[in-house]
Design a protein around this ligand. Structure first.
Ligand SMILES: C[S@@+](CC[C@H](N)C(=O)[O-])C[C@H]1O[C@@H](n2cnc3c(N)ncnc32)[C@H](O)[C@@H]1O
Length: 444
C-alpha cells in the first residue's frame, strides 16, 4: 500500500476515529443488517433470482468497522463463499476482525490496502462488491469506481452508497464553518471538541440547527468518530440524483435500482400522493421522478443503490418457474385469503412501513393466489392448484398472470414480495442466524 493511492489525512482520521463506532461484544446478542446486503433481495434485483451463493465471492471495499463484511459472512456462513475485506485503516480492521471472532466467522479474508491498488492486487474477480460510504472520500470517485470495476466479474454487481447533496446541505455549511474556526489547529481532538462546543451554542436560526432533527444524528450516536466524519472530513463530496446517474454512466455501468426498502424515498407519490400535480409527474421519465422526489423530500442524506455490468438483472414475473416469496414480512397469507373470499369488495390495506400504505389491487383470483403462496411453490405450481380448484372454467396461465400482475407490482414496489428461482436456496432469517451465536454466550 503506497500513500499515492490513498489520502494520508483520510487514513489518519480512520486510524484515530474508526467509523462507524461498533462494540464487538454487541455481536453476542444482535446481528446488524446493512441495507445493501439482504442477499435474497440482492439475488432478486441483481442475479435474476438465480444466485445460489455457492462458490460466491464478495469484496467489501473500505470495509470500516465491519458492518457489511459481517452481515455478508453471517448469511453465507454455511455456503461455499468467500468475503474479502479491504481497508486502509488498521484500527478499523481490528474492530471488524474482533466482531468476526466473537461470531465465530472464518469465511472472511482480511486485507489492509487501498481501493486504487485493486487492479494490481491479483485477487481474482468478484460476484459482488460492496462499497458503502467510501467513494465520496476519494480524491477521484471515478478512479475509485473504475478500480472496483476492474475486479468485478462478467455478471457481477455492486452495492454502493454515496452521500446525497440535497439532504446534506446544512452539513456542508457546518463543514465550512468548522474549517474557518479550526484554521491552523493541528490537534484532531481539539477540532472535535471545538465542534461539539459550537453545536451546543448554535442559534435556532442556524441551518444545521433547523434541520438537525432530520439528520441521521451520527454526531450523537457515533461519539467523536461521528462528529469527525460529519463535520471535519478533509475529503467529502455528495451527489444529487442527476449527478449520481452521470457518475454511473461515466464508469460504463448500468443502474439497477435503489437499496432494499428505500425505493419509496425516490417516488414523488410518497410525498405528493394527493397533489393535483401527480398525474403530470407520473408521466415523467423515472430518473426525473427520482430527482423531483429528492428535491421535494429534502432529507435524502445518502444514495444506496446497485449497479451492474449488464442490463436486465431483475427476476421476472413472466418466468413461471420463479417462486414468489414474502421478504422479512410475517403475513398470514391463508387467513388473508379467507378474509378476501369472505369480503370480496372490501379493500385490503397493508402497511409495509409508517410511510407507506398499500391498498391491494385485487383480481378475480387474488384470494386463491394468497391461499397457495407459501414461499415454496413456483408460480406454475400455484396456477396449477388454482386451475384445479376452479374446475372447468378454462382459465389459463396467461389469465392468471395478468390477474396477479397488479397485486404483485404493488407488493413488489414496497419490496415485500420478491421472486427467486427454484435453484436458489433461501437465506436464513435473523433469529435462525443469531440463535447459535447467542447460545455460545448464554450464562457466560
Ligand atoms: C465512512 S467509513 C465507511 C465504512 C464502511 N464501509 C461502512 O459503511 O460502515 C469509510 C472507510 O473507507 C476507508 N477508506 C478510505 N479511503 C480508502 C481507500 N482508498 N481504500 C480503502 N479504504 C479506504 C476508511 O479507512 C474507512 O474505514
Amino acid at each position: 500500500m503506497t500513500s499515492s493511492t490513498y489520502l494520508e489525512g483520510v487514513r489518519d482520521q480512520y486510524e484515530d476515529y474508526p467509523y462507524p463506532l461498533r462494540d464487538p461484544n454487541a455481536e453476542k446478542t444482535e446481528l446488524r443488517p446493512t441495507v445493501l446486503e439482504f442477499l435474497d433481495y440482492l439475488n432478486f434485483k441483481c442475479f435474476r433470482g438465480e444466485q445460489n451463493y455457492s462458490g460466491f465471492r464478495a469484496l467489501v471495499a473500505g470495509g470500516g468497522t465491519g458492518d457489511a463484511a459481517i452481515f455478508l459472512a453471517e448469511q453465507l456462513r454455511d455456503r461455499d463463499a468467500e468475503i474479502v475485506y479491504l481497508d486502509i485503516s488498521s484500527a478499523s480492521r481490528k474492530i471488524a476482525q474482533e466482531r468476526a471472532q466473537v461470531r465465530g466467522l472464518d469465511n472472511i479474508t482480511w486485507i489492509q490496502g487501498s481501493i486504487l491498488d485493486l487492479p494490481e492486487m491479483d485477487i481474482g474477480r468478484f460476484d459482488y462488491i460492496n462499497c458503502c460510504g467510501v467513494l465520496h472520500h476519494l480524491e477521484s470517485p471515478v478512479a475509485g469506481l473504475m478500480a472496483l470495476k476492474s475486479v468485478l466479474g462478467e455478471k457481477g454487481c455492486m452495492g454502493l452508497m454515496v452521500y446525497g447533496a440535497i439532504g446534506r446541505t446544512a452539513i456542508y455549511q457546518m463543514q465550512e464553518l468548522m474549517r474557518l474556526i479550526n484554521s491552523g489547529e493541528q490537534s484532531a481532538q481539539t477540532r472535535v471538541d471545538n465542534t461539539k462546543t459550537l453545536i451546543k451554542d448554535l442559534p435556532a436560526s442556524n441551518w444545521f440547527k433547523i434541520s438537525e432533527k432530520l439528520t441521521p444524528a451520527d454526531h450523537i450516536n457515533h461519539g467523536d468518530a461521528g462528529v469527525y466524519d460529519m463535520f471535519l472530513h478533509q475529503q467529502d463530496r455528495a451527489y444529487t440524483v442527476p449527478e449520481l446517474f452521470e457518475f454511473i454512466a461515466q464508469c460504463g455501468l448500468e443502474f439497477v435500482d435503489f437499496a432494499y426498502r428505500s425505493r419509496w424515498r425516490y417516488q414523488p407519490r410518497t410525498y405528493l400522493n394527493n397533489s393535483p400535480l401527480m398525474g403530470k409527474l407520473e408521466k415523467l421519465d423515472a430518473r426525473k421522478q427520482y430527482a423531483i422526489a429528492e428535491l421535494v423530500a429534502g432529507n435524502i442524506f445518502v444514495h444506496s443503490f446497485y449497479v451492474s455490468r449488464i442490463k436486465d438483472t431483475v427476476a421476472s414475473l413472466d418466468d413461471l418457474d420463479n417462486i414468489p416469496f414474502f421478504s422479512m414480512v410475517n403475513l398470514d397469507c391463508e387467513s388473508l385469503s379467507r378474509e378476501m373470499q369472505k369480503n370480496p369488495s372490501r379493500h385490503v390495506v397493508l402497511s409495509p412501513s409508517k410511510n407507506i400504505n398499500i391498498t391491494l389491487p385485487k383480481g378475480k383470483y387474488t384470494h386463491l393466489i394468497f391461499k397457495y403462496l407459501d414461499g415454496k411453490r413456483s408460480l406454475r405450481k400455484i396456477f396449477k392448484k388454482i386451475k384445479k380448484e376452479s374446475g372447468k372454467s378454462g382459465v389459463t396461465d396467461i389469465d392468471l398472470l395478468s390477474d396477479f400482475a397488479p397485486t404483485y407490482q404493488s407488493l413488489n414496489d414496497a419490496d415485500w414480495l420478491l421472486l427467486r428461482s427454484p435453484s436458489a436456496r433461501p437465506i436464513k432469517d435473523f433469529a435462525q442466524m443469531q440463535e447459535p451465536v447467542s447460545r455460545r454466550y448464554q450464562g457466560a
